[in-house]
Ligand binder design. Structure first.
Ligand SMILES: *Cc1c(COP(=O)(O)O)cnc(C)c1O
Length: 391
């Protein structure tokens, strides 16, 4: 290809793929946390974040954690998963979904995804279930819901836990019901690449009331310290397995600022998402796929992707975009193809869609506050890049 001719010269500063959002008042809140003189777990800011998330999800309990990975580990402990127990999940996900299971000696069992959403294909769940199946873990890719009505029904009829890895999902819903409120347990991420962030952070959402008491114990080093703090017991002691899955007040103070701005953050991302979807519609005629949002799904603009005709096209597209000053990135490398995935997990059926689409998908920059000028520059670059690679 002829860079500098069909693609034009690169002028402005490069546009990064992600820019962590800042409301502006985070540091004030952190100062307040410091002034409160309580910086460890269970502080006032932690409680306010948990309360806000409980309001949003309607959950029985929400526990703020150091990361979504930590919340996933807790979820797997609470689901009682031990050596040899199987957990059905998708291979097209972040490593933490599978790691949480492998850490307990459990076996991730990968099934294929639906091509229109990149979410677990619920039609493949029944045939993946064995006497060892203990849970199903779903991911709502980009905040677009997996088929939860069907997934919940399968969970109920087989008596197995449903865990939602809702890392992408703050402020999203399916048929009016918040994502993260369906499964027995769900997890959010507040990593700086997510919509609402505090650098590193997460939350465990407990919807199944029978798991609330143990969740508090697992979060606090396997002790009943939460009950002690509420005055329900006069001393606390080691009662179960657990670890330190508590959030620092510094992170919670930062996070509260962001949670209070969640509607503005979502609206800003959705504006960019909508502009991409509208302005890149013409690429469909050139065999490029845009995301599909099933009826009833309210997403949060967490990510915007295109699916190119081949892996080769994607590589050239990313190269062209770089030349035009726009950083674009692919996403999950299927876990069943990874060294640890081969050793610690197994597959159920062929993962044809996973293998195909994971190699063709590319994500465009998106963050709260991405300007219209930047959006237009990215759109222009994408159109030029496609024209160049399909030449
Ligand atoms: C980001 C992410 C995680 C991990 O989140 P951390 O907060 O970084 O631990 C887990 N699952 C999915 C699907 C993610 O996107």
């Amino acid at each position: 290809m002829a860079a500098g001719t069909s693609l034009g010269p690169m002028t402005d500063r490069a546009i990064p793929f992600n820019r962590p959002y800042e409301v502006g008042s985070e540091t004030l809140m952190i100062k307040e946390a410091v002034a409160n003189g309580h910086l460890s777990g269970h502080g006032a800011f932690t409680k306010r974040c948990e309360e806000k998330l409980r309001e949003m999800t309607g959950a029985k309990a929400v526990l703020l954690t150091p990361s979504c990975s930590a919340a996933l580990e807790m979820a797997v402990i609470l689901a009682g998963i031990g050596p040899g127990d199987e957990v059905i999940m998708l291979s097209y996900t972040f490593v933490s979904t599978a790691n949480a299971v492998a850490l307990r000696g459990g076996v991730p069992v990968f099934v294929d995804i639906r091509p229109e959403t990149m979410n677990i294909d619920e039609r493949l769940l029944e045939q993946a279930i064995t006497p060892r199946t203990a849970a199903i873990m779903v991911v709502h890719y980009g905040g677009v819901a997996a088929r939860m009505t069907e997934v919940m029904e399968i969970g109920r009829s087989h008596g197995i836990f449903i865990i939602e890895d809702a890392a992408h999902c703050v402020n999203t819903s399916l048929n009016g019901r918040e994502l993260g409120s369906f499964g027995d347990l769900a997890t959010f991420s507040f990593h700086e690449t997510k919509n609402v962030q505090c650098g590193e952070g997460g939350a465990l959402v407990v919807n199944n009331p029978s798991l609330v008491a143990r969740a508090e114990i697992v979060q606090d080093k396997g002790t009943n310290r939460s009950r002690f703090l509420r005055g329900e017991v006069d001393k606390y002691t080691w009662v179960d397995v657990g670890s330190s899955y508590l959030s620092s007040e510094l992170a919670a103070a930062f996070l509260l600022t962001q949670l209070e701005a969640v509607d503005e953050i979502t609206a800003s991302r959705l504006r960019t998402w909508g502009a991409y979807n509208e302005k890149l519609r013409g690429l469909r005629e050139q065999g490029i796929r845009q995301p599909e949002i099933p009826d009833g799904c309210h997403h949060n603009g967490h990510l915007y992707y295109l699916i190119l005709p081949s892996e080769q096209h994607r590589e050239s597209f990313i190269g062209n975009m770089t030349k035009l000053g726009v950083q674009t990135v692919f996403h999950y490398v299927p876990l069943h193809e990874s060294p640890a995935g081969k050793r610690l997990a197994r597959t159920s059926g062929k993962l044809t869609v996973t293998e195909d689409l994971s190699r063709r998908l590319v994500r465009l920059p998106i963050w709260a506050g991405l300007t219209e000028i930047e959006t237009d520059r990215i759109v222009g670059a994408a159109i030029d890049s496609v024209a160049d690679i399909l030449d």
